[in-house]
Design a protein around this ligand. Sequence first.
Ligand SMILES: *Cc1c(COP(=O)(O)O)cnc(C)c1O
Length: 387
Amino acid sequence: MIPLSVPNFEGNEEKYVLDAVSQGWVSTGGAYVDKLEKDIAEYVSTPGAVACQSGTAALHLALIECGVTQEDMVIVPALTFIAAVNPVMYIHAEPVFMDCDDSLCMDPAKLQSFCEEECMLVSGQLIHKHTKKQVKAVIIVHVFGNMAEMEELLSIARAYHLKVIEDATEALGTYYEEGIYEGHMAGTLGDYGAFSFNGNKIITTGGGGMLVSHDKETLRHIKYLSTQAKDDPHFYIHNEVGYNYRMTNVQAAIGVAQMEELEEFIRRKNKNFALYESLLENTETGKLLPFRSGIRSNKWFYSFILNKDICKKEIREYIGLLQEKGIQTRPIWGLIHEQKPYRGCVCYQIEKAKYYSERIINLPCSTNLGEDEIKTAAEKLKECLSF
Ligand SMILES: *Cc1c(COP(=O)(O)O)cnc(C)c1O
């Protein structure tokens, strides 16, 4: 069986975990938490980072820090993992679903026309004409390690006074190689950036996340919220409602080891992607979705887009056939605005999200895949699709 995406522990993971355990620092305090926060902040070039229990928790804290309340709306993608959107519901705000472009990330043209046509600026606040609610923030997801079109998205957000939360949970290590943001990492371009270390992400801590920002005071407040909002550590004074969103030292120990390997993982992801590309370039059944040019992508997940003129079966049938042949693949996500808790929410011209959701199969992409396994996966894919 060739799995879709499994973690890779070739480095110091065991050593650091044993170290944390033997020192008795297994819970939410400990040197590995501090070290991982420092490592991430250095890697992405922010003045700090706050370790969290998950990427979802990091996004939740970012929304709270933006001041989003139940009176507000937040623009979110229709095509993404649902964890990017659920935190909007945690604070009882209202999501507005936006379409993607051909990078699978948010379409700047549609964001622009939504702000221009469906909303109006009233004393510095963007008000949605129909609901009269303030649109306070936008969550931009860097899908599969690609970079969203940040130059345009950020200038629109600035023009319409929107806070920008980057969901970079899939894009640790992706950065611009040219343009005005040359050298800038995904997650550090907007007001907040969230990362995830879930088991299938580019690096893992078993489960965990990180929130970054360029503002030290913001980071301090986020840390405070994540640790039960303790105003006095000895006398239990709490002046705000806090959360237990801390990462444990055992998780962070794994993370510190994974950070040592991150660049090697990205190198392998890129190499394997190039190999798939060459193996699949002459098939009429579809093609690999390229990553945006002008960026160094972490190439976290590989997307094969079916040519529906030739592959007329439902995606789930192909995935089943591949499973029988020992190749684990998956469909892209179900559209979020079509999921039960989100039906009836405001949606804006969703077309491409639907198109891609019906056509994409994600191929095995673990960093420990050998050349032979990739050749086998590509071979079986061709077989199943022409069936
Ligand atoms: C993985 C992921 C998350 C959530 O991260 P967790 O650490 O699993 O909570 C959020 N958004 C997207 C797009 C993701 O892929």
